[in-house]
Design a protein around this ligand. Structure first.
Ligand SMILES: N[C@@H](CCC(=O)N[C@@H](CS)C(=O)NCC(=O)O)C(=O)O
Length: 315
């Protein structure tokens, strides 16, 4: 675990000094991919969608990267946007392309470490080296490394190039989707990390209580409806799913989010199973990478690196 400082890699754990709270850094690359190469919704610099031009870099362990893999498969972009996948273990050198089952090497520069791609895109940069990221092979740089934006780009950018017509962020539902996303991001997606990486009892409890309040609230919504918004699959469901599917396997134990399991919530459990059955989604879920990543990458939380055998029942 580490970051780039003035273009040089430094091995450094998250800084929670002071109040013991984990704070996620803002993503640093925010250009936009669009059908015509025009600017993004807030005027971001545009890159034109073309078959094979962009490469998506993911970790199968990572819930943020997982969002992008799901939208990629649901939109039928597998041949249009190829993928590289890092090794599950993230230690002294951060994400690596060390050879192992499931790893898909980097063809752009034959990188061994993900930080080499960041330093190539922005020489001298200071910041964390995260997945997912979208690489533009034509301009040899990173387009974007913020998953919530990459899924919005994938949702429409390839519609004229053979993508499936589904729309996961329809105009009429945006207000409701945004409202759900805000709460789910704060209390659930990022909430599990705020619990797991907290270094004081108070910071941990401050994350765990709203996490379970929000899971209770989601349980009641999903007991009444199959999907979170508008009786149809939207990005709000995809964003919730990637945390729920990891919950009982890692967040419950490793991150101490153990007031309840997802298996104890009938509607959340059924929702997760339903998401798994969507065409192509099961193939995006790699429990081996998920479990080994968390238990092997965080020595301050799990010094032995032992990966628990359970839970027996998965989806
Ligand atoms: N805002 C980013 C967050 C991505 C992120 O934090 N990814 C984690 C893996 S799950 C990572 O690469 N962490 C490396 C680090 O923090 O140094 C997104 O949603 O795309």
């Amino acid at each position: 675990m580490g970051l780039l400082v003035d273009g040089e890699w430094q091995d450094k754990w998250y800084d929670t000094a002071g109040d013991g709270k984990f704070r996620r850094e803002e993503a640093g690359f925010r250009d936009w991919l669009s059908a015509d190469g025009g600017p993004g919704p807030d005027g971001q610099a545009g890159h034109r969608a073309e078959p094979g031009r962009y490469r998506l870099y993911v970790s199968y362990a990572c819930p943020w990267a997982h969002r992008t893999l799901i939208v990629r498969v649901l939109k039928g972009l597998e041949d249009l946007v190829p993928v590289s996948a890092v090794h599950w273990r993230m230690r002294d050198h951060g994400w690596t392309f060390e050879d192992a089952p499931g790893v898909i090497p980097d063809p752009v520069m034959g990188a061994m470490y993900m930080h080499q791609l960041y330093a190539r895109a922005r020489p001298g940069m200071t910041g964390r080296v995260t997945v997912p990221l979208l690489w533009d092979q034509a301009t040899d740089t990173i387009v974007n490394n913020e998953s919530s934006e990459i899924i919005r780009m994938f949702n429409t950018a390839y519609d004229g190039l053979g993508a499936k017509p589904s729309n996961f962020y329809p105009e009429a539902l945006r207000g409701q989707i945004d409202a759900i996303n805000t709460r789910v991001y704060r209390d659930v997606n990022n909430g599990v990390y705020r619990a797991g990486f907290a270094t004081t009892q108070a910071a941990y409890e401050e994350a765990v209580r709203p996490l379970f309040d929000t899971l209770d609230w989601l349980e009641s919504r999903l007991a009444a409806e199959h999907w979170l918004v508008g009786s149809r699959l939207t990005e709000a469901d995809i964003r919730l799913f990637t945390t729920l599917v990891r919950f009982d396997a890692v967040y419950h134990g490793h991150f101490k989010c153990n007031l309840r399991r997802i298996a104890d919530y009938p509607a959340l459990h059924a929702f997760t199973a339903r998401m798994m059955e969507l065409p192509g989604v099961r193939d995006t879920v790699h429990f081996d990478h998920i479990k080994r990543h968390y238990y092997e990458s965080h020595p301050t939380i799990n010094p032995t690196g032992i990966v628990p055998l359970g839970p027996v029942e998965m989806y």
